[in-house]
Design a protein around this ligand. Structure first.
Ligand code: NAD
Length: 519
C-alpha cells in the first residue's frame, strides 16, 4: 500500500538513501533542517516499509530552539488574552478543515484505523475549544478592603518556555493536551514528539502559524534521549510536560525537578474492568472488545484486564469475548471497515509477542492466540499485524498481569467477590483508569469511593475525561501535582502572583517592626 504522506523529497544529510523523504523540525515558524548527524526511521506499520527519515536534534539544535522560543515568549506573553483566544479560534477552524489530512498522517505512521485517527483529532480539538475561553480561564481573584484601605488581588501569568515530550500512541491528541493550554496562557512551547510518528506534529505547528501565532511560539524538535535531556535541563526552560511510559516518566520527573522546572509526567497503565454478576454481559463484552482491542491496545486508557466476579460470570463473559475476538476485522489502517490496524513498529510487535509467549509459559490459558495472524491485503504482507489475544485464568502473580503490554491482549483475572476485584485494582502498581459494569448503584458507588485510581468509569469502558475536566492517573501512572488539560492545564502553565495594594492619603505612619496584622 502506498504511503499518503507528503514529505519533501530530498536526501537527508548524513548518508541516507537519496530517495528517502525526510521530516523537518519546525522552528521559528518554518520547516527547518540544520546539519543532521543522526536520523531515525519512520515506517508505515501497514506495509512495514520505511516512509521517511526523522532528524535527531543535537544539544546545539535544542539550545537554538530554546532561544528562539524565549524571544517569541517576550512578544506573545504581551498579547492580550483576548487576542490569543482569537488565534485559538482560528486554529480550531483550521484543524477542523484539515482533519482528513491529519487523520491520514496519523494512520500512515501510527497504524490506527482512519476513523479512530479522526476521533483522536476530535478529542484534541476539544482541548483547543476549551482554550478559546482563556480570557475567562485566566481570571484572578479580587478582595476589596482586606484591611483599612488595603485591597488584594491575584493574577495568573505564563511561566515562560514550556516543553512537551509526547508518546507515539496519540501523535495529535496528546500534543494538543499540552500545547493548546500552554500557548493560550501566553507561553512559548517546544514539542518533542515521538520519533515513531513525527509528521502530524509538524502539520499542527504549520496550522498554528497560519492561525496567526507569531513564529517561535510553537516549535517542533524531533529526537531521542539526547534532545530530551538537553530540553529538560536547559536553564531557559521553565516547565516540562511528559506523557509516555512509567520508567521514562519517573526519570524525567526527577531530572527536570532537580533542574528547577515545573514538571508533570504521565506514565503507563494497566486498566481493570470489573464485571459484576448483575451486569448486562453482552453490553460488558462489547465494551471490553472496543476498549481492549481498539487502536490495537496501544492506548493508555485501554482495558487490559477484565475482572469478572464469580465463576459463572467469568465463564459466560469469556465465551462472549472469545467469539468477538475471533471476529475482529484486522487490516491496513487506511482500508475501509477495519476494527484494528497493525502495531506501531516491528520492535513493538516483538515486545507484545514476547508477552504472549510469556503468558503461555506462566501457565495462563490462551483462549485466542493472535500471534499467527497475517494480513492478506495487497501490500501489507510485511506490516506489523497481530491478531487479538485473550488469556483466561491469569493470576496476579504473573508478569502478564503486572506489566503493561500495550498491545491487543486482554487478560481475564477471575475474582470470587467484589472486595477481591476492588483489592486487585487497588494493589496494582498503576492507577490510570478503571471501570465497573453493574446494575447495582450501591456497588458502583462503593467502588467509585474506594478505588485507588485517577479516572473511573461506571458502565463506561474508557473513562477519558472531557477537555474541561483534567486527565491524570494515580500511583505510578502520573508524577507531579497537576493533571493534563481542564483547569489543571491552566494552573500548570501559569504562575499566580498575589498583589496587596494600599493608596494612603498623605498620612505618615512611621515604620512598623512587628509582623503586619489587621488594622
Ligand atoms: P516512551 O516512554 O517510550 O516515549 C515517550 C517519549 O519519551 C517519546 O517522545 C520518546 O522519544 C521519549 N523517550 C523515550 N525514551 C527516552 C529516554 N530514555 N530518555 C528520554 N526520553 C525518552 O513511550 P511510548 O512507547 O512512545 O508510548 C507508550 C507509553 O505511553 C505507554 O506506556 C502508555 O501507557 C503511555 N501513555 C500514557 C498516557 C497517560 O496519559 N498516562 C497517555 C498516552 C500514553
Amino acid at each position: 500500500m502506498a504511503s499518503t504522506i507528503q514529505h519533501d523529497q530530498a536526501a537527508p544529510a548524513g548518508g541516507e538513501d537519496d530517495a528517502t523523504p525526510f521530516v523537518h523540525h519546525f522552528i521559528n515558524g518554518v520547516r527547518h533542517l540544520p546539519g543532521v548527524d543522526r536520523w531515525g526511521e519512520v515506517c508505515n506499520p501497514s506495509t512495514g516499509a520505511q516512509v521517511a527519515a526523522v532528524p535527531f536534534a543535537s544539544v546545539a539544535d535544542v539550545d537554538a530552539a530554546v532561544h528562539d522560543a524565549r524571544r517569541a515568549f517576550a512578544e506573545w506573553s504581551q498579547w492580550s488574552a483576548l487576542k490569543r483566544a482569537r488565534v485559538m479560534f482560528r486554529f480550531k477552524e483550521l484543524v477542523e478543515a484539515h482533519i482528513d489530512e491529519l487523520a491520514r498522517l496519523i494512520s500512515s505512521e501510527h497504524g490506527k484505523v482512519l476513523l479512530d485517527a479522526k476521533g483522536e483529532v476530535q478529542r484534541g480539538l476539544e482541548v483547543v475549544e476549551f482554550c478559546c475561553g482563556i480570557p475567562h480561564l485566566m481570571k484572578g481573584e479580587y478582595s476589596d478592603s482586606v484591611a483599612t484601605v488595603i485591597d488584594s488581588y491575584s493574577l495568573r501569568q505564563p511561566v515562560g518556555v514550556a516543553v512537551g515530550i509526547t508518546p507515539f500512541n496519540f501523535p495529535i491528541m496528546v500534543p494538543l493536551w499540552m500545547l493548546a493550554p500552554a500557548i493560550a496562557c501566553g507561553n512559548a512551547f517546544i514539542l518533542k514528539p515521538s520519533e515513531k510518528d513525527p509528521s502530524p506534529a509538524v502539520r499542527l505547528a504549520e496550522l498554528l502559524v497560519e492561525a496567526g501565532a507569531p513564529p517561535g511560539v510553537l516549535n517542533v524538535l524531533h529526537g531521542d534521549k539526547v534532545a530530551v535531556e538537553a530540553l529538560i535541563t536547559h536553564p531557559q526552560v521553565d516547565a516540562v510536560s511528559f506523557v509516555g511510559s512509567t520508567p521514562i516518566a519517573r526519570s524525567i520527573y526527577a531530572t527536570a525537578a532537580a533542574h528547577d522546572k515545573r514538571v508533570q509526567a504521565m506514565g503507563g497503565a494497566k486498566n481493570h474492568l470489573v464485571v459484576m454478576p448483575d451486569a448486562d454481559l453482552d453490553q460488558a463484552a462489547d465494551a471490553l472488545i472496543g476498549a481492549a482491542y481498539g487502536s490495537a491496545g496501544e492506548r493508555c486508557m485501554a482495558i487490559s484486564v477484565a475482572v469478572p466476579v464469580g465463576d459463572a460470570t467469568a465463564d459466560a463473559l469469556v465465551a462472549r469475548l472469545a467469539a468477538r475476538v475471533r471476529a475482529l476485522r484486522i487490516g491496513p489502517s487506511l482500508a475501509e471497515g477495519m476494527d484494528m490496524g497493525p502495531l506501531v513498529t516491528a520492535a513493538h510487535y516483538d515486545r507484545v509477542k514476547g508477552y504472549i509467549d510469556l503468558g503461555v509459559d506462566e501457565g495462563a490459558q490462551l483462549v485466542v492466540d493472535g500471534r499467527d495472524f497475517h494480513s492478506d491485503a495487497a501490500g501489507s504482507e510485511h506490516g506489523f499485524f497481530m491478531g487479538g489475544s485473550l488469556f483466561d485464568h491469569v493470576t496476579t502473580s504473573m508478569r502478564i498481569y503486572q506489566e503493561e503490554i500495550f498491545g491487543p491482549v486482554l487478560c481475564v483475572v477471575r475474582a470470587a467477590t467484589f472486595e477481591e476485584a476492588l483489592g486487585m485494582a487497588n494493589a496494582h502498581e498503576f492507577g490510570n483508569g478503571v471501570s465497573i459494569y453493574t446494575r447495582d448503584g450501591d456497588a458502583a458507588r462503593e467502588f467509585v469511593s474506594r478505588v485507588q485510581v485517577g479516572m473511573v468509569g461506571v458502565n463506561v469502558p474508557i473513562p477519558v475525561p472531557l477537555a474541561f475536566y483534567s486527565f491524570g492517573g494515580w500511583k505510578a501512572s502520573a508524577f507531579g501535582d497537576h493533571n493534563q488539560h481542564g483547569m489543571d492545564g491552566v494552573r500548570f502553565y501559569t504562575r499566580v502572583k498575589t498583589v496587596t495594594q494600599r493608596w494612603p492619603k498623605g498620612v505618615r505612619e512611621g515604620s512598623d517592626f512587628v509582623m503586619p496584622t489587621l488594622k
